[in-house]
Design a protein around this ligand. Structure first.
Ligand code: ZN
Length: 407
């Protein structure tokens, strides 16, 4: 389906280096080593509610990866899905009396508008699951042909015994996996399963639920396998980065990795599994089910979207942190200082600003460190230091190209 518009990225002198990123599977910071085209899959929203700050925080982190790769001279092939048919969406549609398709369409459109306002570089393919049900069913068939599945009352499950490396992405204990499976859409207690951690690949038609015809019978895709199918179809196996919030480590990314492994024979399915931290409000993780959300659409009605971006960049992407209203004010003040400094006729030499911002971001996306570099330059510039007529424009380009903050 339609993606969203591409923000302008100003060219910068010279080139940076590909970022080192924390790979959850490796448990440490590792170099990314993309080919001429870096390949990244970032899990998209389930469109039953508006984009909240937690989403924005995640998509901003991977936008930085995208920008740093580009600055290092790579093309970036970025793919994202929208889970536009799933239990939470159907439940919300039912509660609100809306058709689930209308609800999904409305929230996806709002998401696009939010992403544009935040100047997130769009994916090359933005794929709704309902567009690719056939592809997902084909992948489930492929897994079945490899002996990795079994049927349970018409539903198709992935047999965890077919995944010898299960646990390699999350590193979690079986006890924790069982708990998280129950909390995050799994059904560890369903009678008849071979193992409680086996997961649903294809859900047979139920009365009143949407379904599609396939050689598996009428039904709809399970959650994890949709991303595996979309990633394989667009990026192929062995792509550079699989990304999402840290609540996707298990079961979503763990299960997807083994589906991809069995289907393609390639291990690892993604070379790095990269996860953004959770944003809390009033001490609790911001989540739709808890209802404690700060919506991006509302916040950007109150402050400049570039201040929203700066407020998020003030936290390291892997940190779990808490949103407080005063963060709007400090981000607005920072944006005002940067804009004043970038509007000066001259400023202190800025070549070192470019190099330091590049170095900070290449080091596991140290955005707070990058902000401090520009803060320092802006402070010196506003104090009247510096006679370089090219410096203010260069700093503006650095903020725009690497941090996505248009001054
Ligand atoms: Zn996904």
């Amino acid at each position: 389906m339609r993606s969203w518009s591409v923000p302008k990225v100003p060219p910068l002198p010279g080139a940076g280096v590909p970022p080192r990123l924390f790979d959850t599977a490796a448990g440490e910071i590792v170099p990314t080593r993309p080919g001429p085209t870096a390949r990244m899959y970032v899990c998209g929203i389930t469109p039953y509610d508006a984009t909240h700050l937690g989403h924005a925080n995640t998509y901003l982190a991977f936008d930085l990866v995208n920008r740093v790769w580009r600055d290092a001279g790579h093309q970036v092939h970025f793919t994202q899905n929208a889970t536009d048919v799933d239990d939470p969406l159907l439940e919300r549609a039912e509660q609100t009396g809306l058709d689930w398709r209308e609800l999904a369409e409305r929230e996806i459109e709002l998401f696009r508008t939010d992403m544009e306002a935040l100047r997130i570089l769009p994916p090359r393919e933005y794929v709704a699951v309902t567009e690719v049900v056939d592809q997902v069913a084909e992948l489930v068939e492929r897994l079945r042909d490899k002996g990795a599945t079994y049927d349970l009352d018409g539903d198709v499950y992935f047999d965890v015994a077919a995944a010898p490396k299960f646990g390699a992405v999350s590193g979690y204990s079986e006890g924790l996996m069982l708990t998280l499976s129950g909390e995050r859409g799994g059904d560890p207690g369903r009678p008849g399963k071979k193992h409680p951690l086996d997961w649903l690949l294809w859900r047979a038609e139920r009365p009143g639920e949407p379904s599609w015809p396939s050689r598996l019978g009428r039904g709809r895709p399970g959650w994890h396998v949709e991303c595996t199918a979309i990633a394989l179809a667009n990026l192929g196996g062995g792509f550079d980065v699989a990304g999402g919030g840290s609540d996707l480590i298990f079961p979503h990314h763990e299960c997807g990795a083994h589906e991809g492994h069995v289907a393609s024979g390639e291990w690892p399915f993604a070379r790095a599994y990269v996860h953004a931290g959770m944003v809390a409000l009033d001490g609790e993780k911001m989540s739709k089910s808890k209802g404690n959300l700060v919506f991006v659409s509302r916040l950007r009605g109150q402050i400049d979207p570039m201040a929203v971006r700066l407020a998020l960049l003030a936290h390291h992407y892997r940190a779990d942190w808490e949103w407080t209203a005063d963060q709007s004010a400090s981000a607005e003040a920072r944006l005002a200082r940067w804009r004043s400094a970038a509007g000066l006729r001259t400023g202190p030499e800025a070549g070192s600003v470019l190099e330091e911002v590049r170095a900070r971001l290449a080091d596991d996306l140290d955005a707070p460190g990058a902000l401090a570099v520009i803060d320092g330059w802006a402070e010196r510039a506003l104090a009247g230091g510096g006679t370089d007529p090219g410096a203010p424009a260069l700093v503006g380009d650095v903020a725009d190209a690497l941090l996505g903050v248009e001054l």
